[in-house]
Design a protein around this ligand. Structure first.
Ligand code: GLV
Ligand code: MN
Ligand code: MN
Length: 413
């Protein structure tokens, strides 16, 4: 068989994505499949059934990561791996994460249908809690697997209702017995939507990230003095929400102040007691700082923290800061990046080398295995929103690039 002629079945890929999009479908056309929720459980069940349909050996580890393995001729050789995540943001999109899981599944379906025997085994994976929205931080399934996060620390993380990750993992029935520990991997490819505007702007089909920016997450807790808003004079108030407002604007101004390539965001806030006629006395908000330059991001945080302390003092609001999570910028393996480029060229897809501003499990994977990613355009550059969209022909194109990258790596002796 001429392997070069193999192509994924675009219609089947689309059907699988559409089936998955029904699980946790939102009225606005997106999905809400928060990690370890009933929807996550249902989508995992469907994924496992699909793995079994093509005779993949399925395992679930103690982090709930799901692996589907196809044997090769030499099963003692390190496998080729590919996958992404099934969980989504609240009111998230139909492509983030799931495209990489369904894309790898489609590649394996085609390999299965064609009966190709590869030298190496191939494993597809769904990593648990990539998003980090319900349980912070993000990418914990791959993080523990790669030995970069502590399993029990992750188990003890809580959601906004105080439920722990460990309990919820058990509740959905995905706390497997196998330990979440990395094994040697020959190559890890993750297929994903770009989640930004660059490819569309340039009119390119395939994005080839040379790596992922660093991600630094912080949690800030402020205390104020609650009181009746009417009789309490403006002077002398300790308004925790006003302190937060001053701080949030500092975060927004940080990239301009620091120069270089950086973004900084406050995306989540809780205000208590959250009544229009009580001065707020408890506020929690998050800070997310990203850059290709880790030192710049760290220096930015030092400056920001100084500003936070000074604002807290001026507003008379005690402050507590948690440095929740940091993952360094992740350069990908040059050989694999080149391979993605070569495959895209050979298949006739226009392409562009870039940097990923979004976090991915490929970040932790790059610390333990040769890793690279394949991007396809996001319409309007929109992602983490219900209108997130990617053209079906682009989904198919990216899956074809993935298929041939997997095949090339899996044929290596
Ligand atoms: C992951 O979705 C991220 O925050 O980039
Ligand atoms: Mn994602
Ligand atoms: Mn995401």
């Amino acid at each position: 068989m001429d392997l070069k002629k193999l192509r994924v079945n675009g219609k089947r890929l689309r059907n699988s994505l559409e089936e998955m999009a029904k699980i946790g479908a939102t009225p606005g056309g997106g999905v809400q499949r928060l990690t370890l929720s009933a929807e996550d459980k249902k989508a995992r069940g469907l994924f496992v059934n699909w793995l079994k349909e093509i005779d993949l050996a399925c395992t679930v580890d103690e982090m709930g990561n799901i692996f589907g393995k196809r044997s090769g001729k030499n099963n003692h050789l390190p496998p080729v791996m590919s996958g992404s995540h099934i969980d989504s943001q609240p009111k998230g999109g139909r492509f983030d994460g799931i495209l990489g899981v369904m894309g790898a599944l489609e590649a394996l379906r085609i390999i299965h249908d064609s009966g190709v025997e590869t030298e190496r085994p191939i494993i597809t994976v769904d990593w648990t809690n990539e998003e980090g929205s319900r349980f912070a931080p993000a990418m914990v399934g791959s993080g523990v697997w790669a030995g970069k996060l502590e399993r029990d620390w992750v188990y003890a993380r809580t959601d906004i209702d105080g439920r722990t990750f460990g309990e919820e993992l058990k509740t959905i029935g995905y706390m497997g017995k196998t330990s979440a520990e990395s094994w040697p991997v020959h190559a890890y490819y993750e297929y994903h939507i770009e989640q930004g505007p660059i490819l569309e702007k340039l009119g390119k089909t395939i994005g080839i990230p040379k790596g992922i920016v660093c991600l630094h997450w912080y949690d800030v807790y402020l205390e104020g003095t609650a009181n009746q808003v009417g009789p309490t004079p403006m002077e002398g108030r300790n308004d925790a929400l006003c302190a937060a407002a001053d701080m949030i604007l500092k975060v927004n101004a940080l990239p301009t102040k620091m120069g270089g390539n950086m973004v900084a965001t406050v995306g989540e806030i809780q205000n208590e007691p959250n009544s229009r006629n009580i001065i707020p006395d408890k506020v929690h908000f998050t800070v997310d700082i990203r850059s290709w330059d880790d030192d710049l991001a760290l220096r930015a945080w030092d400056e920001l923290k100084r500003d936070f302390l000074s604002i807290a003092k001026t507003r008379g609001c005690p402050i507590r800061i948690e440095e929740t999570w940091r993952v360094g910028h992740a350069p990908f393996e040059e050989k694999l990046v080149r391979r993605i480029h070569d495959v895209a060229q050979e298949l006739g897809y226009s392409n562009h080398v870039m940097v990923s501003g979004a976090g991915h499990d490929a970040s932790y994977m790059s610390q333990v295995a040769p890793t690279a990613m394949i991007f396809v355009p996001s319409i309007g550059g929109r992602s983490h929103v219900e209108v997130e969209n990617t053209r079906w022909e682009d989904c198919e194109a990216g899956a074809n690039v993935l298929l041939h990258c997997i095949l090339r790596s899996a044929m290596e002796e």
